[in-house]
Design a protein around this ligand. Structure first.
Ligand SMILES: Nc1ncnc2c1ncn2[C@@H]1O[C@H](COP(=O)(O)OP(=O)(O)OP(=O)(O)O)[C@@H](O)[C@H]1O
Length: 249
């Protein structure tokens, strides 16, 4: 059960219905229905330009859908501002971390907390930095961190508000196999008391950690199910996975 969930029977944690997003003449999302259940790690995959990041932008409130409804714990959050959506329990990481470079590592986490619920809590910030193995870096500038540490800082900021739903956008891109393994373990731990929705191009990694996989292609959802099922779906194989699909089944 999520930390502050008030789910009643039949409610999804996140329930997106008929999501459409147009950019001028381009349809980035075309009538997408998807949901996230409580406590679930759900992977979102699809070829470049399929609409994955646009979906995260819509769910987190960074952009508004052209049509469709987003419900979180049963409440319609479609037209809420981003900070209010964050306050309600949805937080995200970015493909490219964007720390406040003039602030220290600790201050970045404290600012993240304020964005989420208006309150800074140093003890809680230290707990997060401890979990992310960044406590020893608390006074450093984000610019002095390694790439892996910057990703950990972005994750620290994202979880600093104790979200019930964490959106992770290609957090493992550019990492070596050992670093990827490390992040997979971290995501597993983060998923112990919250739901995680994760975009990842590393097929083996996402098949390993996800309870369920949603596949987008050209803005449309073409599959939604357990990893082994999705890996064997003809449309998915044709669109995305290619001949290696059986390797992940
Ligand atoms: N702000 C925008 N203005 C115009 N077009 C956009 C905008 N954001 C996204 N798009 C277009 O929408 C489509 C979906 O993009 P999106 O970034 O969501 O795909 P993606 O699946 O995340 O791709 P990738 O795996 O390459 O990150 C693409 O054709 C992209 O060019």
């Amino acid at each position: 059960m999520s930390s502050s969930g008030t789910l009643t029977s039949g409610d999804r944690l996140l329930d997106c219905g008929g999501i459409r997003k147009e950019f001028g003449g381009l349809v980035a999302l075309d009538d997408v229905d998807l949901h996230i259940d409580d406590g679930e790690i759900c992977g979102l995959i699809g070829p470049n330009g399929a609409g994955k990041t646009t979906m995260f932008n819509v769910v987190s409130g960074a952009i508004k859908p052209t049509a469709g409804t987003i419900r979180f714990r049963g409440d319609d959050i479609t037209s809420l501002p981003q900070h209010e959506i964050c306050r309600r329990g949805i937080s995200r990481s970015f493909q490219t971390p964007r720390p406040f470079k003039s602030l220290s590592v600790l201050e970045n986490v404290l600012v993240g907390q304020r964005f989420g619920n208006g309150e800074s809590n140093v003890e809680r910030a230290y707990e997060v930095l401890e979990l992310m193995d960044l406590r020893h870096r608390e006074a450093d500038s984000p610019g002095d961190l390694t790439i892996v540490e910057q990703k950990r800082l972005d994750l620290s900021r994202a979880i600093s508000t104790a979200p019930d739903l964490l959106l992770l956008d290609e957090i493992m891109a550019g990492l070596n196999p050992a670093e990827t393994r490390n992040f997979l373990d971290l995501i597993d731990r983060l998923g112990e008391n919250r739901s995680v929705f994760v975009i990842e191009h590393d097929m083996k990694a996402i098949m390993d950690i996800s309870d369920r996989i949603v596949v987008l292609e050209s803005g449309e959802k073409i599959a939604d199910g357990p990893p082994s099922e999705v890996a064997n779906d003809d449309q998915v194989v044709a669109a995305y996975i290619g001949e290696d699909a059986a390797e992940y089944a």
